[in-house]
Write a protein that binds this ligand. Structure first.
Ligand code: GRF
Length: 251
């Protein structure tokens, strides 16, 4: 479904994207690479912030020549809004940011604030659910499917309207580390597509609080992992699905 035309933002052609990250920054890196390549006209990373001075994300930003800063008081929403305005940011993206986003920032970036979470929300989310804890909880519950969620951010951890999800299988013998690595590979595929869709206004948060539009996910033989979420409905599909699954996850 296309977004109703009255919901389309009057976006500038190339959106300015700010990123907050607390960790190593591999998701930041895929965004830097995505918007530095043939999708450069769709968005540009203009600022990277972290609550941790030692975050690898800050190093990655500096290497890419992007202004990078430590957010000295993550609870000071007004200061953060001011910094984001000074960076001329249209969009704020959370790429593994562990602090709660202050309400004033949520308000200022309503419909323009996006988070990625390495599980299928609303399961395995909320305060204290981060990093390997998420994957350990998935395993402890005996879940057989987990995945990735990209969502708009509200004033609560991991709770805003969902933009896109993708399932990831839990396999026998998984540890939190092996499962987390499998989920991260899907994060790296899904995240740039979602950020680009919001940056370009093909996905918007409506006044009804619902997500309008959809993220175009390429399904092709060259990217079989995108087929995980499809329900095979012919004998041929079932066979192709099984072959792809076995190739990707050899026992
Ligand atoms: C990712 O799993 C992300 O979904 C989560 O934190 C992790 C960050 O990884 N919120 P990285 O720093 O992007 O490598």
């Amino acid at each position: 479904m296309s977004p109703p035309s009255d919901l389309l933002r009057q976006a500038r052609p190339t959106a300015n994207i700010a990123v907050l990250a607390s960790g190593g920054g591999s998701n930041l890196q895929v965004l830097l690479d995505h918007f530095d390549g043939e999708r450069a006209q769709a968005g540009r990373i203009v600022w990277v912030g972290s609550d941790k001075a030692a975050a690898g994300a800050l190093t990655r930003a500096s290497k890419a020549g992007i202004p990078a800063a430590v957010v000295s008081d993550p609870r000071d929403g007004d200061a953060l809004v001011e910094t984001l305005r000074a960076a001329d940011a249209d969009l704020l993206v959370l790429a593994g940011y562990l602090k709660l986003i202050p309400e004033s920032v949520v308000r200022a970036f309503h419909g323009r604030l996006v988070n990625i979470h390495p599980a299928l929300l609303p399961a395995f989310g909320g305060a204290g659910m981060y990093g390997q804890r998420i994957h350990a909880a998935v395993l402890a519950h005996g879940a057989t499917v987990t995945g990735v969620t990209v969502h708009f951010v509200d004033a609560h951890y991991d709770r805003g309207p969902i933009i896109a999800q993708w399932p990831v299988p839990v396999l026998p013998g998984d540890t939190a580390a092996t499962l987390g690595a499998r989920v991260l590979r899907v994060e790296h595929r899904l995240f740039p597509l979602c950020v680009e869709a919001v940056a370009g206004g093909t996905v918007v948060l409506g006044d009804d609080g619902k997500v309008h539009g959809h993220v175009a996910i390429p399904v092709s033989p060259a990217a079989p992992e995108w087929r995980f979420g499809l329900v095979p409905d012919t004998a041929g599909d079932v066979a192709a699905f099984a072959t792809e699954w076995a190739r990707l996850f050899p026992r």
